[in-house]
Design a protein around this ligand. Structure first.
Ligand code: NAP
Ligand code: HSE
Length: 429
């Protein structure tokens, strides 16, 4: 049986998931690919750190021990970050090695460059694990749905924030406590700011929308807002309104251009994505031929992510066996503009504290009316010290109209505080 050696760049949460799957399922993996697949070396920063026991894997803190090793056929980059990961992947491809990466930060910023280097060298570059952990969404967009023109895609594609919002909703727990738990479980990025501020999901959305619409979308094109301002109170009000709050990633191909946005949103409880809880991710894709499709599974963690990485390794092993190269180019043959956030159209939930006295509500209503916004529902709760808390829910309006209203509201003398403004997705997709 032909031997295929893997060089791991990184041996943390995902790297150890990869070695564990390769060990546990070795008989099936080797039989299915017709090759004996083994991890030969792994690059780490700290050689003294305790690792999963595996006597066969040589550890090194020097990248060249792996990148220049002629016996290594496939480099698996699971170290994260932009540099030195970008340079290592380019070196590996130029050295004639195939590459698997789980690194969405890198792909969302430099995907085009890396795919071009792979193509020039006639080598494979696979990245299934970069979006939604174990869910085979990249393969679906690149292959299974490729006969379609995709019109929209909406998903929950960050496990950490979905885990946090689910625990806050179902168990009434505090944001900080649940974030710490998600980090301990290996869901969060090394710096969880990118999870909670929506950047991790924005990077994944850039990758998905480039593939779905065959146009280049980078992280800079994606509007991103995180969940750090969502409170238990907002979650309770959402419940009163028949909704849950989720961090949504939305991409639409529209006449004015590609709309790409990530933000928390109130979603009706009967929407299929509303029941996606915990670390689970789901992506809803609409194609002109296939209609509506939905992909669901664990979006983070050692084994689910390792599952996607090992599947890529196996595909490369098959390609090597048949002396073929898989899909290397990004296929961005269209050049669509990106839609301005001013023209995003959604409903809004606005929670404010105002003086509880006559005419205040009429003035609030006037600010919205002047911008052409109408209300869908209103909740008012009496509060102490002659202050009232009001939740205003609007019908869909343009983001520019909402900004005009918030400017007027901010200069209103009877306003005590705007607690939060959260978008509301009630339209179909
Ligand atoms: P992690 O647990 O922090 O592991 C990173 C590994 O890379 C560690 O072994 C670390 O060495 C090594 N490393 C980092 N920088 C290095 C450098 N400059 N030189 C040498 N070694 C270096 O990260 P992870 O959660 O496995 O994530 C890895 C990648 O997968 C990231 O791109 C992430 O976005 C992506 N991803 C993660 C998940 C998930 O659920 N965790 C899911 C999908 C995709 P030490 O062990 O010595 O510190
Ligand atoms: N931090 C990411 C998440 C890991 O929580 O979804 C998977 O990409």
């Amino acid at each position: 049986m032909k031997k295929i050696n893997i060089g791991l760049l990184g041996f943390g949460t995902v790297g150890s998931g990869v070695t564990s799957i390769l060990q546990k399922n070795s008989y099936d993996i080797n039989t299915r690919t017709g090759s004996e697949i083994k991890v030969k070396r792994a690059l780490v920063q700290d050689l003294t750190k305790k690792r999963p026991e595996n006597e066969d894997i040589l550890l090194s803190d020097k990248a060249n021990d792996i990148l220049d090793d002629p016996e290594i056929d496939i480099i698996v980059e699971v170290m994260g970050g932009i540099e030195p990961a970008r340079t290592y992947i380019i070196t590996a491809l130029n050295n004639g090695k195939n590459v698997v990466t789980a690194n969405k930060d890198l792909l969302a910023a430099h995907g085009k460059e890396l795919l071009e280097v792979a193509s020039k060298n006639k080598r494979d570059l696979y990245f299934e694990a970069s979006v939604a952990g174990g869910i085979p969404i990249i393969e679906a967009l690149r292959k299974s749905l490729t006969a379609n023109r995709v019109s929209s895609l909406i998903g929950i594609i960050n496990g950490t924030t979905n885990y946090i919002l689910s625990a806050m909703t179902d168990q009434g727990r505090d944001y900080t406590e649940v974030l710490q738990e998600a980090q301990e479980l290996g869901y969060a990025e090394a710096d969880p700011t990118s999870d909670v501020e929506g950047l991790d999901a924005a990077r994944k959305l850039a990758i998905l929308s480039s593939l779905a619409f065959n146009t280049r979308v980078t992280i800079d094109d994606v509007f991103a807002e995180g969940i750090s301002k969502v409170s238990k109170e907002d979650i309770k009000y959402a419940d009163e309104l028949g909704c849950v709050i989720k961090l949504l990633a939305i991409a639409k191909n529209q006449e004015e251009g590609i709309e790409v946005r990530v933000h928390p949103a109130l979603l009706p409880r009967n929407h299929p994505l509303a029941t996606v809880s915990g670390v689970y991710n789901a992506i809803y894709v609409v194609g002109d031929a296939v209609g509506e499709t939905m992909f669901y599974g664990k979006g983070a963690g050692s084994l689910p992510t390792g599952s996607a990485v090992v599947a890529d390794i196996m595909q490369i092993a098959r390609n090597m066996e048949s002396q073929a190269v898989g899909l290397t180019n990004c296929n961005c043959y269209r050049n669509y503009p990106i839609k301005s956030s001013d023209n995003f159209t959604t409903g809004y939930y606005i929670r404010v504290k105002v003086k509880d006295e006559p005419r205040v509500f009429a003035s609030l209503a006037l600010f919205f009316a002047e911008a052409g916004i109408s209300f869908a529902s209103i909740i008012q709760k009496p509060r102490s010290n002659e202050k009232a808390e009001i939740v205003l829910v609007t019908h869909p309006c343009k983001e520019s109209q909402l900004r005009q209203t918030l400017n007027s509201l901010n200069s209103y003398s009877k306003l005590d505080k705007i607690y939060n403004v959260i978008r509301m997705e009630t339209n179909g997709f």
